[in-house]
Design a protein around this ligand. Structure first.
Ligand code: AMP
Ligand code: ZN
Length: 471
């Protein structure tokens, strides 16, 4: 039972073996808070949530850090245009981000450092890089000299001479003073009226890449276990993080680099810049269920394969969620068969083992769920016939909870069903059935069971009395 993850740097599956015994330290690149994030971003955050949840199952301790990039060109442009300071410009977008995390039942990171609170740590790293002789200054700005770091390009596999600045999607228009097109800004000099910080390096603001090196190393140490992001982060962002961090510390920065593939829509990557994006809030307002969005983004495809957003794929995810949730309801609500079963049905153990093996094999949640649905299909027959014994039921409830500890949809389904209250007609029929059973009037009890079903309530009998759930 070893969890293996595909490592982008070595292009191999590597066992997660924490540097500190029993304690996994993980850094995930967070949102740039200039707008509400779209569901493409949440595809990556859900991959990270599933990873975090599975790590918590496998290791005694996990420390998860996700940064908030709250200083960046677009944020500054918006703040300057609206006359806001950075804090008031970014606050609504940070709140929107947390709201969407809750809508999708994403576990909170242990730390959400903001770039603006780590300027001193960034300055300190840049000073170390200056002493190491891998930087140069030009017009007050400070650049990293890629030629000074021979390992540059190993993560992305890009040939050093083929790298083009901004190829990762972000073009820094203000980086025109570079010696080499591949070099990147660590510190950007700004004028007295522009948003910036007066530091030992002069007045300026940090480049994007140094933010993540500073925040990850400040909170997780100079070497840590896992660093994640979407594939578009590989180059140049993560390539640059490695160059900066390792040149400053002389130590390997990260053990495993894990990247998720993109969410696509209509055959294209979902991106703010392409205008083809949708937000969680808008989709939910239009009727999408958060449980189905979560399922589609987290389990609709293996995290290293693209997943497509469409009406059909959302519909398929909705059906999967319902099949799982209904099975969970039936297993919990049903009465055990009268037999004297002591051992549980071996199919449950087989399903559990296959679920765990798929998750340990590079976090293959779709395959893991495939095994769960096979089990559901084969046990539904026994459930229909009332042939499931007590021990098997208890084992199944445990398995469902183990699966949902990672899948995270059942609490969302509960939320979507609304408050657990019955209409007057439903309550009266339930009370009448209870009375009929007390009077051993089985014909009336059966008649009321059917009546309740037509009112949308399923009722089953347990040793503790009748239990109901919505159909
Ligand atoms: P950003 O706010 O642009 O820094 O993006 C936050 C995270 O979302 C990064 O890890 C990106 O790699 C990821 N991301 C952006 N677009 C997509 C997409 N279409 N599918 C999956 N992940 C994405
Ligand atoms: Zn980052």
């Amino acid at each position: 039972m070893t969890l293996r993850l595909h490592d982008t740097l070595t292009r191999a599956r590597r066992a997660v073996e924490p540097l500190e015994d029993g304690h996994v330290r993980i850094y995930t690149c967070g949102p740039t808070v200039y707008a509400r994030q779209h569901i493409g971003n949440f595809r990556t955050f859900l991959f990270e949530d599933v990873l975090r949840r599975w790590l918590e199952r496998r290791f005694p301790r996990v420390t998860h850090v996700m940064n908030l990039t709250d200083v960046e060109d677009k944020i500054i442009r918006n703040a300057t245009a609206s006359g806001h300071d950075l804090e008031s410009e970014t606050r609504p977008w940070i709140e929107a981000f947390f709201e969407d995390l809750d809508t999708l039942n994403i576990r909170r990171a242990h730390h959400y450092p903001r770039a603006t609170e780590y300027i001193e740590q960034m300055v300190a790293i840049i000073e170390r890089l200056e002493s190491a002789g891998v930087t140069y200054r030009s017009d007050g700005s400070i650049y990293y000299r890629i030629a000074a770091f021979p390992a540059y390009g190993e993560l992305s596999g890009a040939r050093a001479d083929g790298l083009v600045a901004g190829a990762g999607g972000r073009v820094d228009a203000d980086e025109y003073d570079k010696e080499d097109v591949r070099d990147f800004a660590l510190w950007k000099a700004v004028g007295p009226d522009e948003i910036g910080w007066d530091t030992r390096l002069g007045r300026g603001r940090p480049g994007w890449h140094i933010e993540c090196s500073a925040m990850s190393m400040a909170l997780l140490g100079e070497s840590f276990d896992i660093h994640c992001g979407g594939v578009d982060n590989i180059f140049p962002h993560h390539e640059n993080e490695i160059a900066q961090s390792e040149a400053a510390t002389g130590k390997p920065f990260v053990r495993i680099w894990a990247h998720s593939a993109h969410l696509r829509i209509g055959g294209e990557k979902m991106a703010k810049s392409l205008g083809n994006f949708a937000t969680v809030r808008d989709l939910v307002a239009a009727g999408a269920r958060p449980s189905a969005l979560r399922y589609l983004l987290a389990a609709g495809a293996h995290y290293r394969k693209t997943v497509n957003y469409s009406d059909e794929s959302l519909h398929a995810a909705t059906e999967s969620v319902d099949r799982f949730a209904e099975f969970s309801d039936r297993v919990r609500a049903g009465a055990p068969s009268p037999g004297d079963e002591t051992a549980t049905d071996p199919r449950v153990a087989v399903a559990r083992a296959s679920f765990e093996a798929a998750m340990d094999d590079d976090l293959n949640l779709p395959e893991a769920m495939g095994g769960v649905f096979t089990l559901i299909r084969s046990l539904n027959r026994e459930l229909d016939g009332g042939d499931l014994g007590r021990a098997t039921r208890a084992d199944l409830v445990a398995l469902i909870d183990e699966v949902d500890d990672v899948l995270g949809v059942l609490t969302l389904v509960e939320r979507e069903r609304g408050p657990v209250s019955l209409s007057q007609a439903q309550q009266e029929a339930l009370d009448a059935r209870e009375a009929a059973r007390a009077a051993r009037d089985w014909a009336e009890s059966d008649r009321l069971r059917d009546a309740l079903a037509s009112l949308g309530v399923a009722v089953e009998d347990t040793p503790a009395g009748q239990r109901w759930h919505r159909l």
